[in-house]
Design a protein around this ligand. Structure first.
Ligand code: ZN
Length: 404
C-alpha cells in the first residue's frame, strides 16, 4: 500500500459533491485522479444513448490513467456517488510521483488490467435487464451521415400535431430525485439554473425491449433537456457542454427567433408540454447544422416516443417511433465511423424492435437476423435476437390466424 498522504504533494486536492461528474466519456483530459475519500461510479455509453455502470471505486482507487498515459480522450464517465475528495495528478507530477513511489506503477497496471477484464465481461453481458444501467446520459458519438441527409433532414422538424396539449405533469415527489445547480452556457457563457437528477438515488425497475430504462417512482427523461434561458441553446444534459463552433454560431444568430418560436419555461412541477417543447428545441438545434447528426436526432425521437407513450398518445408515439427508426436506419446503413460488431448488433436489435412496434414485421425479422449474423458479434446479443425472432414468429402466426 502506498502512502496516500504523501501523494498530496504531487497533485491538487479536489472535492466533488454527490452526483457531480468528474469528467465525461470523450472529454479531453490529462489528469490522473486518486480517490482519497468517497465513492465513484465508472460509466460507459451505449449505442442507444443510455449509460451503464462498469465499476464502483472506493478510497485508494485511481482513475483517468488512460488519458494521462495515452493523451487520449476520457474513455469513461466518472460520477461521484457520494461526496468525494481526490488528488488530481497531471503529467509532470506523475513522472515525479512514480519516481518517488515506483510501486505505484504496478498498482496502476494491475488496476488497468482488471478494469479491462471487467469491461469485457460487462460488454459481453450487456443486455436489457442488466441491473447496473443508469439512465439519463448517453454517448458522445459524433457521427454524421452526410450522404443520408435527404429525407430525414428535410422532413418537417416539428409536426403540427406536436402542439397537442396534455394534462400530464411531473410528480411532486420528483424533488427527492432532483436538485438545483448553476451551470454555464457553453454558447453565451452566461450562468443559469438547471434541475439535475440525483443518479445515485435512482432505483432501476426494469427495461423495455427498446432499451428504455424504467425507474421506481421517477422518470429522469423529464429533466434531460437543458435550455439556456439567455440564448436558447438546448441539448441533453449528458452532452450539454459539447457544442461545436457551427452550432454555436447558428444559435447566436437564431436566438431571437428560437425564443419567439419555443417560449420555454418550466413550471413546478413541470408539465409534459414544457418537456416536449424543450425536446423539440433540442431537435431544432441539431437540425441547424449543415450536416445534422442523425444518431443524435434518432435518440431525441426515440425519447419523444417514450414521452408520448406515457401520455398514452398512440398516434404521436407511432409518429415519433417512425422518425427514430428512419434516423437510426440512416446511421446503421450509412455511418462511416468505426462501430464495433457489438455496437452494430445492438443497433440492429433496436431497429428490429422499433420496426416490430410499428408492424413492419418482415423488416423487423431482417434486422434481428442481421444482429444474429454479424460476424465477430457477441453471443449474448445473438441469443437475445433469436428470442425476439421467436416472439416475432408467434406474433405473425397470431395475426395470420386472426385474419383467417
Ligand atoms: Zn446561452
Amino acid at each position: 500500500m502506498f502512502d496516500i498522504r504523501s501523494l498530496a504533494k504531487f497533485g491538487t486536492a479536489k472535492r466533488f459533491s454527490t452526483d457531480e461528474i468528474f469528467f465525461n466519456e470523450g472529454d479531453p483530459g490529462h489528469e490522473l485522479f486518486i480517490l482519497l475519500t468517497g465513492r465513484v461510479a465508472v460509466l460507459l455509453n451505449s449505442i442507444d444513448g443510455s449509460q451503464f455502470k462498469v465499476a464502483e471505486l472506493g478510497p485508494g482507487a485511481f482513475f483517468g490513467e488512460m488519458s494521462l498515459l495515452e493523451l487520449m480522450p476520457r474513455s469513461a464517465t466518472i460520477l461521484a456517488l457520494e461526496e468525494s475528495i481526490v488528488i488530481a495528478v497531471d503529467q509532470n507530477n506523475f513522472v515525479e510521483l512514480i519516481s518517488n513511489q515506483p510501486e505505484l506503477i504496478f498498482r496502476i497496471m494491475k488496476g488497468m488490467s482488471s478494469r479491462m477484464r471487467q469491461l469485457n465481461e460487462e460488454l459481453a453481458g450487456l443486455k436489457p435487464g442488466d441491473e447496473d444501467e443508469i439512465p439519463n446520459e448517453g454517448d458522445g458519438e459524433t457521427s454524421t451521415a452526410a450522404s443520408a441527409l435527404g429525407s430525414v433532414a428535410q422532413a418537417a422538424i416539428i409536426p403540427e400535431a406536436a402542439k397537442k396539449q396534455y394534462s400530464l405533469t411531473a410528480s411532486k415527489g420528483d424533488e427527492t430525485y432532483t436538485f438545483d445547480k448553476d451551470t454555464l452556457c457553453p454558447v453565451c457563457e452566461k450562468p443559469f439554473n438547471v434541475k439535475m437528477v440525483r443518479s445515485s438515488k435512482l432505483r432501476l425497475k426494469g427495461h423495455e425491449p427498446d432499451l428504455r430504462q424504467l425507474f421506481v417512482d421517477f422518470e429522469p427523461l423529464w429533466y434531460m433537456a437543458y435550455v439556456c434561458p439567455n440564448c436558447y441553446y438546448a441539448n441533453f444534459n449528458y452532452e450539454f457542454k459539447q457544442v461545436n463552433a457551427e452550432i454555436k454560431g447558428m444559435v447566436i444568430k437564431e436566438s431571437e427567433k428560437l425564443k419567439k418560436e419555443f417560449k420555454i419555461s418550466f413550471s413546478n412541477p413541470r408539465k409534459l408540454n414544457e418537456v416536449l417543447n424543450s425536446f423539440y428545441l433540442v431537435l431544432h438545434i441539431l437540425y441547424l447544422a449543415r450536416k445534422p447528426d442523425l444518431s443524435k436526432i434518432a435518440k431525441v425521437w426515440l425519447r419523444l416516443s417514450w414521452l408520448y407513450a406515457d401520455a398514452d398518445d398512440q398516434e404521436m408515439h407511432r409518429m415519433a417511433t417512425e422518425k427514430a427508426l428512419e434516423a437510426f436506419k440512416e446511421t446503421y446503413f450509412n455511418s462511416s465511423r468505426n462501430t464495433s460488431p457489438d455496437q452494430e448488433q445492438r443497433l440492429a436489435l433496436l431497429l428490429g424492435e422499433l420496426s416490430m412496434r410499428i408492424d413492419l414485421l418482415e423488416e423487423s425479422a431482417k434486422f434481428f437476423r442481421n444482429a444474429i449474423l454479424r460476424k465477430g458479434g457477441n453471443a449474448q446479443i445473438n441469443r437475445q435476437a433469436e428470442d425476439r425472432i421467436q416472439e416475432l414468429k408467434a406474433l405473425i402466426l397470431a395475426q395470420e390466424s386472426a385474419a383467417e
